[in-house]
Design a protein around this ligand. Structure first.
Ligand code: DAK
Length: 258
């Protein structure tokens, strides 16, 4: 499908989606988030795709929701139109893993989009922030909720109340990003991680994603039961037999997603 605000490349089992509004530092418009939702939904349906990568430019992953667009909006427009809800829910419904590769600014909705992904790999130049307070508003798609779960109450309050930016080193230290890599290596390292995931059994991969996400939804006892039952169910798969046999036979497993 031809898109206006994103670029999609599917290669080697990886769908790589690049946000592409360079003149506005990839600010999130309704069109961009709608196209992104379509692209990840297509990637979910495409049997070739085993992992999804969302990235931006060197200067900006995304500098937030489009302020020019929002400046024209009333409460009624925002409430009745339910702005960004369908598109962001479509992104979080995807069952295949999504990696955010972040360079430069990931602010407001940009930081929130990165947090909707399964994990974030950041370049040394990455800057994260929830500066909506500077605009007389507040975060609206996870900046108070997901960020608090990632980094704890104190830093989530600090980021949201002061609007300050956090650099990559601080973001890694407090658990917002999984790793920081040199600027020039961002895509190489991210694609290596995506390829590693793509080589596993998709049954394990998708079950792991569901199970980790349960940790943020249910009490520990329920989460542990969910994990244990999923673990038990793995013994109904050919990939479990193959994975364990390959280990014992000292060879690489040939997973078939069966
Ligand atoms: N929206 C629109 N345009 C943006 C933009 C944004 N968020 N960020 C940057 N741009 C545009 C600039 O206006 C400029 O355009 P021209 O003037 O060249 O036409 C161009 O990108 C380059 O930006 P700068 O000239 O400002 O570049 P600098 O390097 O000097 O500064 C910066 C980079 C990232 C520090 C600065 O651009 C900046 O502060 N940007 C705004 C950051 C921000 O406040 N982000 C939060 C936006 S509010 C909702 C849920 C969530 C949200 C909304 C609704 N619902 C549930 C309904 C989310 C809200 C937000 O994210």
């Amino acid at each position: 499908m031809a898109y206006e605000t994103i670029i999609v490349d599917v290669d080697d089992h990886i769908a790589r989606i690049t946000l592409n509004r360079p003149d506005a530092l990839n600010a999130l418009s309704e069109e961009l988030l709608g196209e992104l939702a379509d692209a990840v939904t297509d990637a979910q349906k495409d049997d070739k795709v085993r992992c999804i990568v969302i990235t931006g430019s060197e200067k900006a992953f995304a500098a937030g929701a489009d302020i020019a667009m929002m400046s024209e909006m009333s409460f009624v427009d925002s409430f009745m139109g339910n702005l960004f809800t369908d598109s962001t829910e479509a992104i979080t419904r995807v069952r295949k893993p999504i990696i955010a590769a972040v360079s430069g600014y990931a602010l407001g909705g940009g930081c929130e989009l990165a947090m909707m992904c399964d994990f974030i790999i950041a370049s040394e130049s990455a800057k994260f922030g929830q500066p909506e307070v500077n605009l007389g508003v507040m975060a609206g798609i996870g900046g108070t909720q997901r960020l608090a779960r990632f980094v704890g109450k104190s830093k989530a309050m600090d980021m949201n109340l002061t609007g300050r930016f956090m650099n990559a080193e601080e973001a890694e230290r407090c658990g917002l990003v999984s790793r920081v890599v040199p600027n020039k290596k961002l895509m190489e390292e991210t694609m290596a991680a995506a390829n590693k995931i793509a080589s596993k059994s998709m049954i394990s991969v998708m079950a792991i994603k569901e199970s980790v996400n349960q940790a943020f939804e249910v009490p520990l006892r329920d989460g542990l039961l969910f994990e244990r039952r999923l673990f038990h169910s793995m013994f109904a798969t050919d990939d479990q037999s193959e994975g364990m046999a390959a280990f014992l036979e000292k060879r690489e497993p040939q997973f078939r997603d069966k």
